[in-house]
Design a protein around this ligand. Structure first.
Ligand code: PAF
Length: 283
């Protein structure tokens, strides 16, 4: 496994691999890798013959009161996990090279960023699209792999790739969960034992929404009320949003249609967790 730390070397390596006829995939990460990330790498491997991952805790996607400084980091552990899963290249760019003095460009997707996390984390998605566009230019992948746990991020990046005619296929991979249902996230590390129990209310809420939908419930406010009660019955929880929306535009719906997204953001203690599921009428 190669570890590359400069943009020039990364671009040269990616170009050489392309010229040699390899199909390149990129899994962008902020490190502190868990099974969810490793699954993205396994999927990347199935669709390409050279897997590149990037590890970069991107300062511009964190708000001023968010956890950039505290975000968990473990480069040595990450390299070991990446090696075990068969990654070919790990790209570890430095902040000074990513955002040198004078940096002033932003990539902004205008509409799908105006819902869900875009409302509670102003500027977050501009930080994500800007860094992902840069990582695409640095690693030159044919395909890029993202988790469906960050459903809105996947939607925003897919939109950017389409709108900017980037010649990159974007693949979404289903959420990987712990055996008790908690969606894997680097931020789960912050949860105390009690909070972790309360964190299960997110998945329980999605299960409840699924059950209600299957039984014919078509009112979004009705499902939201039931989910709110369920989450609020768990200690340490504070709901940021519960959204039932169109899975493409992410606009809120009042009545459920054939395809709907249920997306949640809940603060458990000091940790903000997100989760989602699609509710579909079976064909
Ligand atoms: O999902 C993440 O870990 C980050 O938002 C990403 C895509 C690596 C961009 O910094």
């Amino acid at each position: 496994m190669e570890v590359i730390e400069t943009v020039a070397q990364m671009q040269q390596r990616a170009e050489a691999l392309r010229m040699a006829g390899h199909v390149l995939s990129l899994v962008p990460t902020m490190g502190f890798l868990h099974e969810g990330h490793l699954e993205l790498m396994r999927v990347a491997r199935k669709h390409s013959d050279r897997v590149i991952i990037s590890i970069f805790v991107n300062p511009i996607q964190f708000g001023p009161t968010e956890d950039y400084d505290a975000y968990p980091r473990d480069t040595e552990g990450d390299l070991e996990k990446a090696r075990r899963v068969g990654v070919d290249v790990v790209f570890l760019p430095r902040e000074q090279e990513m955002y040198p003095t004078g940096f002033q460009t932003e990539v902004r997707v205008k509409e799908v960023t105006q819902h869900l996390c875009g409302l509670s984390r102003p500027g977050h998605f501009e930080g994500v699209t800007t860094v992902v566009a840069k990582l695409f230019h640095m690693t030159k992948p044919h395909l890029a792999v993202f988790g469906q746990k960050d459903y809105q991020q996947l939607t925003v990046i897919s939109r950017m790739v389409k709108d900017l005619s980037m010649d990159i296929r974007v693949l979404g991979v289903p959420t990987v969960r712990d055996p008790d249902g908690l969606a894997m996230s680097s931020r789960n590390k912050y949860l105390t034992t009690d909070e972790r129990v309360s964190a299960l209310s997110l998945k329980k809420s999605l299960n409840l929404a699924e059950e209600m939908f299957k039984k014919g419930e078509g009112s979004a406010p009705g499902i939201k009320r039931a989910i709110t009660d369920l989450i609020e019955s768990h200690p340490h929880t504070e709901i940021d949003y519960i959204s039932i929306c169109d899975p493409v535009t992410l606009e809120e719906v009042k009545r459920l249609g054939d395809e709907n997204l249920v997306a949640l953001a809940v603060r458990v203690g000091k940790t903000r967790l997100i989760d989602n599921c699609l509710l579909r009428v079976k064909q």
